[in-house]
Write a protein that binds this ligand. Structure first.
Ligand code: S3P
Length: 426
């Protein structure tokens, strides 16, 4: 385990090139592997999570080679096949849930395994709909935690599924399985989660139709095989969020972040931060907007989970709340408890370590901010096996009065160059 000391930064200036979006990277690998022939991916995330998916598509029969900055994936003409070896999803929930969807449509038995953190995360949320489609999934206990055994069949049934808890991973698992359906597959979500899968399926020539219904969405997919494609993966907005918050809470900062996926389900954190008074702009156009973030005095706000579906940005926003004036409420964020670590407890613990008063009620928690990052206490962040908790701690230490982080190597899950990029800002 690696321990890292973060010193307070006096002045932060520069441009950050965040890694390729993790969500788009997993899907680019999987859709390319499902296609018949050669696909090209530019900008793939260098993180271990995406590497896990890359190794798995090879085990399932695709080839994967680097060609300069690109990754070339060739899907076998006769389709993917079961591997004799376990499919190791590492720390990556997205890998396990999406691969559960893909392997549900591949004849034979597949064993999906993960690290100690992933092996505690619920897989029943994908096992239920995939089971209804005709696959058989078995895991440990009531929540069907990994190791997850999937018995797949290339003759699945199309279903109409109303996702009970908003989740892009569950939606995507069902849609990927639906490619092997005997008819249309419909997925309904009550809150619009990231549409990465739908958009990328359409780009690969699959018939997929998406309709906004109130605050939610109905997606209808027809079975079919994705075509080989060229993919340009945009920067990851959930990584940009750490630098956006850092720029906002530090008292002498001007940070720019290069092109990111700026789709509405991904940049809710920008709206939240602006409501708090942050000087954050979406700038430029073309391959997604960039961000610019400058120092500002923040005020408390109420943040509803639906504003930031998937709640990936909560650990960063907890740091913003800690620096804000007043009590910030995080409402309906119970899903945080089943991420790479319990981020509900973790985000509260981080704000508490910074010196804030924090409390919880049901699925909501509250942070009474100190009014300035200057007032943050220096602190020790315990190991969590959770990349986002490490990065949130690091920006709090840099903006405030330093910190010591155990298990800092965990950033390589999604952002291996994170500490270099942070140091590059001064
Ligand atoms: C992801 C979906 C989200 C998110 C994760 C990536 C995806 O999880 O937390 O980092 O790529 O589909 P949920 O689907 O569980 O909300």
């Amino acid at each position: 385990m690696t321990t890292k000391s973060i010193d307070p930064a006096t002045r932060l200036r520069g441009v950050v090139h965040v890694p390729g979006d993790k969500s788009a990277s997993h899907r680019a690998l999987l859709l390319s592997a499902l296609a018949d022939g050669e696909s090209r991916i530019e900008g793939l995330s260098p993180g271990h999570d995406v590497q896990s998916t890359g190794v798995i598509v090879e085990q399932l029969g695709a080839s994967r080679v680097r060609e300069g900055s690109a990754t070339i994936v060739t899907g076998p003409a006769d389709g993917l096949r079961a591997s004799d070896e376990p499919l190791d999803c590492g720390n990556s929930g997205t890998t396990m849930r999406l691969v559960a969807g893909v392997t549900s449509g591949i004849d034979g038995e597949h064993l999906l395994v993960g690290d100690p953190s992933l092996s505690q995360r619920p897989m029943d949320r994908v096992a239920v709909p995939l089971g209804r489609m005709g696959a058989t999934l078995a895991g440990r206990g009531e929540r069907l935690t990994a190791p997850l055994r999937v018995v797949g069949t290339s003759r699945l049934h199309g279903i109409d599924y109303d996702v009970p808890t908003p989740s892009a991973q569950v939606k995507s698992a069902v849609l990927l399985a639906g490619l092997h359906g005997d008819g249309p597959t419909v997925v309904r979500e009550r809150v619009r989660t990231r549409a990465t899968t739908e958009i990328m399926l359409a780009h690969a020539g699959v018939s997929v139709e998406s309709l906004d219904v109130g605050a939610g969405r109905r997606v209808t997919l027809l079975p079919g095989r994705p075509r080989p494609a060229t993919w340009f993966v945009p920067g990851d907005p959930s990584q940009a969020a750490f630098f956006a918050v850092l720029g906002a809470v530090h008292d002498d900062a001007a940070i720019a972040i290069d092109a990111i996926d700026d789709s509405p389900e991904r940049v809710g954190f920008v709206t939240v931060l602006r409501r708090m008074g942050a000087a954050i702009e979406l700038v430029g156009s073309g391959h997604g907007h960039g961000l610019s973030a400058r120092s500002a005095s923040l005020r408390a706000t109420t943040i509803h989970a639906s504003e930031i579906p998937s709640v990936d940005e909560v650990p960063a926003l907890a740091v913003a709340a800690a620096a804000a004036d007043g009590v910030t409420s995080f409402v309906g964020v119970g899903e945080l408890r089943v991420k790479e670590s319990d981020r509900f407890t973790g985000s509260m613990a981080l704000a508490s370590a910074l010196g804030c008063t924090v409390w919880a009620s049901g699925d909501d928690f509250f942070i009474e901010g100190l009014g300035s990052a200057r007032k943050f206490h220096s602190f020790n962040q315990p190991a969590t096996l959770d990349h986002r908790m490490v990065m949130a701690a690091a920006i709090a230490g840099a903006a405030g009065n330093g910190c010591v982080i155990d298990g800092s190597e965990t950033v390589s899950t999604s952002y291996p160059a994170f500490f270099d990029h942070l140091a590059g800002l001064g």
